[in-house]
Design a protein around this ligand. Structure first.
Ligand code: CA
Length: 365
Protein backbone atom coordinates (compact mmCIF):
# COMPACT_ATOMS: atom_id res chain seq x y z
CA UNK A 1 0.00 0.00 0.00
CA UNK A 2 2.77 2.35 1.01
CA UNK A 3 4.63 1.51 -2.18
CA UNK A 4 1.54 2.33 -4.30
CA UNK A 5 1.08 5.65 -2.59
CA UNK A 6 4.72 6.45 -3.15
CA UNK A 7 4.43 5.67 -6.91
CA UNK A 8 1.26 7.74 -7.10
CA UNK A 9 3.10 10.63 -5.50
CA UNK A 10 5.98 10.25 -7.96
CA UNK A 11 3.66 10.27 -10.96
CA UNK A 12 1.77 13.35 -9.74
CA UNK A 13 5.07 15.07 -9.23
CA UNK A 14 6.17 14.15 -12.77
CA UNK A 15 2.90 15.32 -14.27
CA UNK A 16 2.97 18.61 -12.44
CA UNK A 17 6.58 19.16 -13.46
CA UNK A 18 5.68 18.61 -17.10
CA UNK A 19 2.70 20.92 -16.88
CA UNK A 20 4.85 23.47 -15.17
CA UNK A 21 7.23 23.50 -18.09
CA UNK A 22 4.41 23.83 -20.60
CA UNK A 23 2.64 26.61 -18.75
CA UNK A 24 5.61 28.83 -18.19
CA UNK A 25 8.39 29.28 -20.72
CA UNK A 26 8.29 26.66 -23.45
CA UNK A 27 11.74 25.31 -24.25
CA UNK A 28 12.87 24.49 -27.77
CA UNK A 29 11.83 20.83 -27.46
CA UNK A 30 8.22 21.86 -26.81
CA UNK A 31 8.18 24.16 -29.80
CA UNK A 32 9.67 21.42 -31.97
CA UNK A 33 7.20 18.83 -30.74
CA UNK A 34 4.27 21.01 -31.79
CA UNK A 35 5.57 22.18 -35.13
CA UNK A 36 3.95 20.55 -38.14
CA UNK A 37 6.21 19.85 -41.12
CA UNK A 38 4.63 19.58 -44.55
CA UNK A 39 6.83 17.86 -47.09
CA UNK A 40 6.50 17.07 -50.77
CA UNK A 41 7.60 13.79 -52.36
CA UNK A 42 8.00 13.16 -56.08
CA UNK A 43 8.40 9.75 -57.68
CA UNK A 44 9.48 8.20 -60.97
CA UNK A 45 6.30 6.05 -61.07
CA UNK A 46 2.74 6.71 -62.06
CA UNK A 47 0.60 7.64 -59.05
CA UNK A 48 -0.34 4.49 -57.07
CA UNK A 49 1.47 2.21 -59.56
CA UNK A 50 1.20 -1.35 -58.10
CA UNK A 51 4.27 -2.37 -56.09
CA UNK A 52 6.88 0.20 -57.15
CA UNK A 53 4.61 3.19 -56.84
CA UNK A 54 3.23 2.25 -53.43
CA UNK A 55 6.49 2.79 -51.54
CA UNK A 56 6.05 6.57 -51.46
CA UNK A 57 2.41 6.23 -50.41
CA UNK A 58 3.36 3.79 -47.65
CA UNK A 59 6.17 6.04 -46.42
CA UNK A 60 3.75 8.96 -46.23
CA UNK A 61 1.23 6.88 -44.28
CA UNK A 62 3.75 5.36 -41.83
CA UNK A 63 5.45 8.69 -41.11
CA UNK A 64 2.10 10.38 -40.57
CA UNK A 65 0.94 7.66 -38.15
CA UNK A 66 4.23 7.43 -36.24
CA UNK A 67 4.62 11.18 -35.90
CA UNK A 68 0.97 11.73 -34.99
CA UNK A 69 0.61 14.04 -37.97
CA UNK A 70 3.68 16.17 -37.19
CA UNK A 71 5.35 15.24 -40.47
CA UNK A 72 2.95 15.15 -43.39
CA UNK A 73 4.16 14.01 -46.82
CA UNK A 74 2.19 14.74 -49.96
CA UNK A 75 3.09 12.34 -52.79
CA UNK A 76 3.10 13.26 -56.47
CA UNK A 77 3.39 10.64 -59.22
CA UNK A 78 5.52 10.97 -62.36
CA UNK A 79 4.79 14.08 -64.38
CA UNK A 80 2.53 15.65 -61.74
CA UNK A 81 5.24 18.01 -60.50
CA UNK A 82 8.35 16.84 -62.31
CA UNK A 83 8.95 14.21 -65.01
CA UNK A 84 10.31 10.77 -63.95
CA UNK A 85 13.87 11.67 -64.73
CA UNK A 86 13.63 15.03 -62.93
CA UNK A 87 13.22 13.47 -59.48
CA UNK A 88 16.92 13.42 -58.55
CA UNK A 89 17.46 17.11 -59.41
CA UNK A 90 14.23 18.25 -57.75
CA UNK A 91 15.30 16.75 -54.40
CA UNK A 92 18.97 17.64 -54.85
CA UNK A 93 18.13 21.30 -55.45
CA UNK A 94 15.67 21.39 -52.55
CA UNK A 95 12.60 22.14 -54.67
CA UNK A 96 11.00 19.19 -52.85
CA UNK A 97 12.12 17.33 -49.74
CA UNK A 98 11.73 13.70 -50.82
CA UNK A 99 11.89 11.45 -53.85
CA UNK A 100 11.35 7.79 -54.74
CA UNK A 101 12.81 6.00 -57.73
CA UNK A 102 15.66 3.73 -58.80
CA UNK A 103 19.26 4.89 -58.39
CA UNK A 104 20.40 3.41 -61.72
CA UNK A 105 18.33 6.03 -63.52
CA UNK A 106 21.06 8.49 -62.54
CA UNK A 107 24.13 6.75 -63.97
CA UNK A 108 24.48 9.66 -66.44
CA UNK A 109 25.21 11.97 -63.47
CA UNK A 110 26.84 9.42 -61.20
CA UNK A 111 28.15 6.09 -62.50
CA UNK A 112 28.31 4.43 -59.11
CA UNK A 113 24.53 4.78 -58.68
CA UNK A 114 24.24 1.60 -60.79
CA UNK A 115 25.32 -0.53 -57.83
CA UNK A 116 22.47 0.53 -55.56
CA UNK A 117 19.68 -0.78 -57.80
CA UNK A 118 20.78 -3.84 -59.71
CA UNK A 119 23.91 -5.43 -61.10
CA UNK A 120 23.65 -8.23 -63.69
CA UNK A 121 24.40 -11.55 -61.99
CA UNK A 122 24.76 -9.58 -58.73
CA UNK A 123 23.14 -9.66 -55.31
CA UNK A 124 19.61 -10.88 -54.54
CA UNK A 125 17.17 -8.81 -52.44
CA UNK A 126 18.18 -10.52 -49.22
CA UNK A 127 21.86 -10.06 -50.05
CA UNK A 128 21.41 -6.41 -51.07
CA UNK A 129 19.75 -5.67 -47.73
CA UNK A 130 22.64 -7.41 -45.98
CA UNK A 131 25.26 -5.45 -47.91
CA UNK A 132 23.49 -2.10 -47.50
CA UNK A 133 22.66 -2.35 -43.81
CA UNK A 134 25.44 -4.55 -42.44
CA UNK A 135 28.13 -4.65 -45.13
CA UNK A 136 29.00 -0.97 -45.57
CA UNK A 137 26.86 -0.47 -48.69
CA UNK A 138 24.65 2.29 -47.30
CA UNK A 139 27.66 4.29 -46.05
CA UNK A 140 29.14 4.15 -49.57
CA UNK A 141 25.80 5.19 -51.04
CA UNK A 142 25.69 8.16 -48.64
CA UNK A 143 29.23 9.12 -49.65
CA UNK A 144 28.35 8.91 -53.36
CA UNK A 145 25.19 11.05 -52.94
CA UNK A 146 26.68 13.63 -50.51
CA UNK A 147 27.95 15.97 -53.29
CA UNK A 148 24.36 16.11 -54.56
CA UNK A 149 23.00 17.23 -51.21
CA UNK A 150 21.08 13.97 -50.86
CA UNK A 151 20.64 11.30 -48.19
CA UNK A 152 19.78 7.93 -49.76
CA UNK A 153 17.76 5.16 -48.11
CA UNK A 154 16.75 1.76 -49.46
CA UNK A 155 13.11 2.07 -50.48
CA UNK A 156 11.84 -1.32 -51.62
CA UNK A 157 12.85 -4.34 -53.64
CA UNK A 158 11.21 -6.30 -56.45
CA UNK A 159 13.08 -9.55 -55.73
CA UNK A 160 14.42 -11.50 -58.73
CA UNK A 161 12.80 -10.17 -61.87
CA UNK A 162 11.94 -12.16 -65.02
CA UNK A 163 14.18 -12.34 -68.10
CA UNK A 164 11.24 -11.07 -70.11
CA UNK A 165 8.66 -11.67 -72.82
CA UNK A 166 9.71 -13.11 -76.17
CA UNK A 167 7.66 -13.57 -79.33
CA UNK A 168 9.69 -16.61 -80.36
CA UNK A 169 11.53 -19.35 -78.51
CA UNK A 170 15.17 -18.95 -77.57
CA UNK A 171 16.87 -22.34 -77.81
CA UNK A 172 20.47 -21.25 -78.17
CA UNK A 173 22.76 -18.26 -78.40
CA UNK A 174 22.12 -18.26 -82.15
CA UNK A 175 18.45 -17.33 -81.58
CA UNK A 176 19.56 -14.11 -79.89
CA UNK A 177 21.15 -12.77 -83.07
CA UNK A 178 19.52 -9.52 -84.16
CA UNK A 179 16.75 -9.88 -81.59
CA UNK A 180 15.35 -6.44 -80.74
CA UNK A 181 14.61 -6.27 -77.06
CA UNK A 182 13.53 -3.55 -74.70
CA UNK A 183 16.15 -3.89 -71.98
CA UNK A 184 17.58 -0.75 -70.36
CA UNK A 185 20.97 0.38 -69.09
CA UNK A 186 24.02 -1.81 -68.59
CA UNK A 187 21.97 -4.95 -69.20
CA UNK A 188 21.10 -3.55 -72.62
CA UNK A 189 24.79 -3.06 -73.42
CA UNK A 190 25.51 -6.64 -72.34
CA UNK A 191 22.61 -7.93 -74.41
CA UNK A 192 23.82 -6.07 -77.49
CA UNK A 193 27.33 -7.51 -77.14
CA UNK A 194 25.76 -10.97 -77.05
CA UNK A 195 24.58 -10.37 -80.61
CA UNK A 196 21.12 -8.96 -79.94
CA UNK A 197 19.95 -5.36 -80.15
CA UNK A 198 18.88 -3.48 -77.02
CA UNK A 199 16.14 -0.86 -77.38
CA UNK A 200 15.51 1.83 -74.77
CA UNK A 201 11.81 2.39 -74.12
CA UNK A 202 9.82 3.66 -71.14
CA UNK A 203 7.58 1.09 -69.46
CA UNK A 204 4.34 2.50 -70.80
CA UNK A 205 5.46 2.01 -74.43
CA UNK A 206 6.31 -1.69 -74.10
CA UNK A 207 2.87 -3.11 -74.88
CA UNK A 208 2.34 -1.18 -78.11
CA UNK A 209 5.91 -1.70 -79.34
CA UNK A 210 5.60 -5.48 -78.89
CA UNK A 211 2.17 -5.50 -80.48
CA UNK A 212 3.31 -3.50 -83.51
CA UNK A 213 6.49 -5.56 -83.94
CA UNK A 214 8.85 -2.65 -83.25
CA UNK A 215 10.54 -5.00 -80.77
CA UNK A 216 10.68 -8.83 -80.54
CA UNK A 217 11.07 -9.04 -76.79
CA UNK A 218 10.87 -6.94 -73.64
CA UNK A 219 11.67 -7.10 -69.97
CA UNK A 220 9.64 -5.19 -67.43
CA UNK A 221 9.53 -6.44 -63.82
CA UNK A 222 7.93 -9.75 -62.90
CA UNK A 223 4.56 -11.54 -63.04
CA UNK A 224 2.69 -9.08 -60.79
CA UNK A 225 3.54 -5.94 -62.81
CA UNK A 226 3.76 -7.69 -66.19
CA UNK A 227 0.24 -9.11 -65.84
CA UNK A 228 -1.12 -5.62 -65.13
CA UNK A 229 0.51 -4.39 -68.36
CA UNK A 230 -1.09 -7.27 -70.30
CA UNK A 231 2.22 -8.30 -71.89
CA UNK A 232 0.96 -11.91 -72.25
CA UNK A 233 -1.42 -10.63 -74.91
CA UNK A 234 1.45 -9.57 -77.19
CA UNK A 235 4.20 -12.17 -76.56
CA UNK A 236 3.78 -15.88 -75.94
CA UNK A 237 6.99 -16.95 -74.19
CA UNK A 238 7.85 -15.83 -70.70
CA UNK A 239 11.53 -16.40 -69.87
CA UNK A 240 13.35 -16.64 -66.56
CA UNK A 241 15.49 -15.91 -64.60
CA UNK A 242 16.04 -12.14 -64.50
CA UNK A 243 19.84 -12.41 -64.77
CA UNK A 244 20.04 -8.64 -65.23
CA UNK A 245 17.96 -7.66 -62.18
CA UNK A 246 18.39 -10.26 -59.44
CA UNK A 247 17.14 -8.04 -56.60
CA UNK A 248 16.39 -4.54 -57.78
CA UNK A 249 16.50 -2.09 -54.91
CA UNK A 250 14.50 1.13 -55.06
CA UNK A 251 15.57 4.32 -53.35
CA UNK A 252 14.17 7.02 -51.13
CA UNK A 253 16.14 10.25 -51.41
CA UNK A 254 15.95 13.02 -48.83
CA UNK A 255 17.21 16.58 -49.27
CA UNK A 256 20.03 17.01 -46.77
CA UNK A 257 19.02 20.45 -45.43
CA UNK A 258 15.39 19.41 -45.10
CA UNK A 259 16.44 16.34 -43.13
CA UNK A 260 18.73 18.42 -40.90
CA UNK A 261 15.85 20.80 -40.14
CA UNK A 262 13.81 17.99 -38.53
CA UNK A 263 13.99 17.31 -34.79
CA UNK A 264 15.78 14.06 -33.91
CA UNK A 265 12.62 12.05 -33.30
CA UNK A 266 11.19 12.88 -36.74
CA UNK A 267 14.53 12.05 -38.36
CA UNK A 268 14.39 8.66 -36.67
CA UNK A 269 10.80 8.19 -37.84
CA UNK A 270 11.82 8.89 -41.46
CA UNK A 271 14.66 6.37 -41.23
CA UNK A 272 12.60 3.61 -39.60
CA UNK A 273 9.61 4.20 -41.87
CA UNK A 274 11.93 3.84 -44.87
CA UNK A 275 13.25 0.58 -43.45
CA UNK A 276 9.67 -0.68 -43.10
CA UNK A 277 8.77 0.45 -46.62
CA UNK A 278 11.85 -1.32 -47.97
CA UNK A 279 10.78 -4.67 -46.51
CA UNK A 280 7.10 -4.06 -47.25
CA UNK A 281 7.64 -3.96 -51.02
CA UNK A 282 9.61 -7.22 -51.06
CA UNK A 283 6.88 -8.89 -49.00
CA UNK A 284 4.24 -7.68 -51.44
CA UNK A 285 6.16 -8.88 -54.51
CA UNK A 286 6.91 -12.22 -52.87
CA UNK A 287 3.21 -12.81 -52.29
CA UNK A 288 1.72 -11.29 -55.44
CA UNK A 289 4.21 -12.64 -58.00
CA UNK A 290 3.09 -16.20 -57.25
CA UNK A 291 -0.57 -15.37 -57.67
CA UNK A 292 0.10 -13.52 -60.91
CA UNK A 293 2.33 -16.29 -62.31
CA UNK A 294 -0.40 -18.89 -61.70
CA UNK A 295 -2.90 -16.67 -63.48
CA UNK A 296 -0.55 -16.15 -66.44
CA UNK A 297 0.12 -19.88 -66.84
CA UNK A 298 -3.25 -21.40 -65.90
CA UNK A 299 -5.63 -18.82 -67.27
CA UNK A 300 -3.72 -17.18 -70.12
CA UNK A 301 -1.70 -20.24 -71.22
CA UNK A 302 1.62 -18.41 -71.16
CA UNK A 303 4.61 -20.61 -72.11
CA UNK A 304 7.11 -20.45 -69.28
CA UNK A 305 10.73 -21.09 -70.30
CA UNK A 306 14.20 -20.96 -68.78
CA UNK A 307 16.92 -19.21 -70.79
CA UNK A 308 19.32 -21.87 -72.15
CA UNK A 309 22.54 -22.39 -70.19
CA UNK A 310 24.78 -21.28 -73.07
CA UNK A 311 22.91 -17.97 -73.26
CA UNK A 312 23.19 -17.41 -69.50
CA UNK A 313 26.89 -18.30 -69.42
CA UNK A 314 27.62 -15.97 -72.35
CA UNK A 315 25.67 -13.12 -70.70
CA UNK A 316 27.52 -13.70 -67.42
CA UNK A 317 30.93 -13.58 -69.12
CA UNK A 318 30.06 -10.38 -70.98
CA UNK A 319 28.60 -8.85 -67.77
CA UNK A 320 31.93 -9.15 -65.98
CA UNK A 321 33.73 -7.43 -68.91
CA UNK A 322 31.15 -4.65 -69.26
CA UNK A 323 31.13 -3.93 -65.52
CA UNK A 324 34.92 -3.72 -65.45
CA UNK A 325 34.96 -1.25 -68.35
CA UNK A 326 32.08 0.67 -66.79
CA UNK A 327 33.88 1.42 -63.51
CA UNK A 328 37.36 2.05 -64.88
CA UNK A 329 38.62 5.56 -64.17
CA UNK A 330 35.75 6.40 -61.80
CA UNK A 331 37.22 6.28 -58.30
CA UNK A 332 33.90 6.10 -56.45
CA UNK A 333 32.50 3.41 -58.75
CA UNK A 334 35.70 1.37 -58.37
CA UNK A 335 35.53 1.61 -54.58
CA UNK A 336 31.84 0.62 -54.49
CA UNK A 337 32.26 -2.25 -56.94
CA UNK A 338 35.13 -3.61 -54.82
CA UNK A 339 32.96 -3.57 -51.69
CA UNK A 340 29.99 -5.05 -53.59
CA UNK A 341 32.09 -7.84 -55.08
CA UNK A 342 33.74 -8.71 -51.78
CA UNK A 343 30.33 -9.00 -50.12
CA UNK A 344 28.99 -11.02 -53.05
CA UNK A 345 31.86 -13.49 -52.90
CA UNK A 346 31.45 -14.04 -49.18
CA UNK A 347 27.67 -14.23 -49.13
CA UNK A 348 27.67 -16.58 -52.15
CA UNK A 349 29.83 -19.05 -50.24
CA UNK A 350 27.38 -18.94 -47.35
CA UNK A 351 24.25 -19.09 -49.50
CA UNK A 352 25.62 -22.16 -51.28
CA UNK A 353 25.19 -24.08 -48.05
CA UNK A 354 22.12 -22.22 -46.74
CA UNK A 355 19.47 -20.69 -49.08
CA UNK A 356 20.48 -22.59 -52.22
CA UNK A 357 21.14 -25.91 -50.51
CA UNK A 358 17.88 -25.69 -48.62
CA UNK A 359 15.73 -24.77 -51.63
CA UNK A 360 17.22 -27.71 -53.52
CA UNK A 361 16.17 -30.09 -50.75
CA UNK A 362 12.53 -29.26 -51.52
CA UNK A 363 12.94 -30.95 -54.91
CA UNK A 364 14.79 -34.05 -53.66
CA UNK A 365 13.11 -37.27 -54.65
CA1 CA B 1 13.25 -4.60 -65.11
Amino acid sequence: MKKHLFLLFISFTLISCNQGTENTTPNSTDVESKKIYKWTMVTTWAKNFPGLGMAAENLSQYVNEMSNGRLQIKVYGQGELVPSFGVFDAVSQGNVELGHGASYYWTGKLKSSQFFTAVPFGLTAQEMNGWLHYGGGLELWEEAYAPFNLIPLAGGNTGVQMAGWFKKEINSLEDMRGLKMRIPGLAGEIFTRAGAEAVQLPGNEIFLSLQQGVIDAAEWVGPYNDLTFGLHQVAKYYYYPGWHEPGSTLEIIVNKEAFASLPADLQAIVRYAARAVNQEMLDEYTARNNQALRELVDKHNVELRKLPDDVLIKLRTISAEVLQEFIEGDEMAEKIYASYNKFKKEVTAYHEISEKAFIETRDLE
